[in-house]
Design a protein around this ligand. Structure first.
Ligand SMILES: NC(=O)CCC(=O)C(=O)O
Length: 277
């Protein structure tokens, strides 16, 4: 597959799970009519407000309302869906993960990623958030082998850890999908810088999809979903409002960049200790 059409749904997330699932369904159907994408991406925590106090109540095990609905949509519409993330009920009684499920165009489960790096920050007077009060961290790096090539998955705060991306690239990822919900403090400062850096460092495409900003929510999402190419150039970007992010990605161009600027080949891996051998 030389090109792949990627659509992100920067959707408004409300306090009502049913409304969020209806919104996802409506945007998926509308996005397909308008763009005929190969892959659809939803935002981080798309079925729940991004707020620790909601995660336990909105959490589900695989086979709950959210995964059933998205799986059915993938099958009915014949499209691959990278289902942002949801609070996933884990195996243990109190275990909840921030998890991305990925469904193929026949509705088959292609894999899942549990957010590895939990968002625990404290910027006095600006923002304090401690995901680890409620969530457990994932323990696995996720690169899925799909009919569109290898796709790496990272969730939001995971983007701040370059080693993770080096490993995903080493395992063959050519596109890294990042459902994410930065905020109005760290978003303007770091979101674009991080997305472009991870794309450029690893010479991969990056598609980052945020919820739209909900002025009534306790956590104000930054929005600005974006697609970045292996040269570090932004191909499409939204503002804070609801909308579609869309681009057709050219895998030949990725090989061209890697040929012209062979940083991966020029690496002195023997001198570094941060890359998984
Ligand atoms: N949902 C998140 O992980 C937020 C990450 C974030 O805002 C950051 O600055 O990092």
């Amino acid at each position: 597959m030389k090109t792949v059409k990627v659509l992100g749904c920067q959707m408004m997330v409300e306090e009502d799970k049913k409304m969020n699932l209806e919104k996802a369904e409506e945007m998926i159907a509308r996005g397909i009519r308008k763009y005929q994408p190969d892959i659809i991406i939803l935002p981080e925590m798309f079925n729940t407000p991004y707020d620790n106090s909601y995660f336990p109540e909105f959490s589900e095990a695989y086979g709950g309302d959210t995964t059933l609905k998205i799986q059915k949509l993938a099958k009915e519409q014949g499209v691959m869906i990278i289902a942002g993330s949801i609070p996933e009920q884990g195996e243990g009684e109190k275990e909840i993960y921030n998890t991305t499920y990925v469904f193929g165009s026949k509705g088959e489960l292609l894999g899942k990623h549990r957010k590895i790096h939990l968002f625990d920050i404290d910027i006095p007077g600006k923002i304090t958030f401690k995901e680890s009060d409620v969530l457990s961290p994932g323990e696995e790096i996720t690169v899925l082998d799909t009919k569109f090539g290898k796709i790496g998955i990272a969730i939001c705060y995971d983007v701040r850890f370059p080693e993770l991306f080096q490993i995903m690239e080493k395992e063959g990822a050519r596109l890294v999908v990042i459902p994410g919900a930065f905020n109005t403090t760290t978003g303007p400062a770091h979101w674009e810088l991080l997305m472009r850096s991870r794309a450029l460092d690893n010479q991969v495409y990056v598609a980052a999809v945020s919820p739209a900003r909900n002025s009534k929510a306790s956590y104000q999402a930054y929005g600005h979903s974006m697609i970045v190419d292996p040269w570090g150039r932004i191909l499409d970007e939204l503002e804070e409002k609801e909308g579609f992010l869309y681009r057709e990605l050219d895998i030949d161009y990725l090989h061209q960049v890697r040929g012209e600027l062979p940083t991966r080949k020029n690496r002195r891996v023997s001198l570094y200790d941060t890359i998984k051998k």
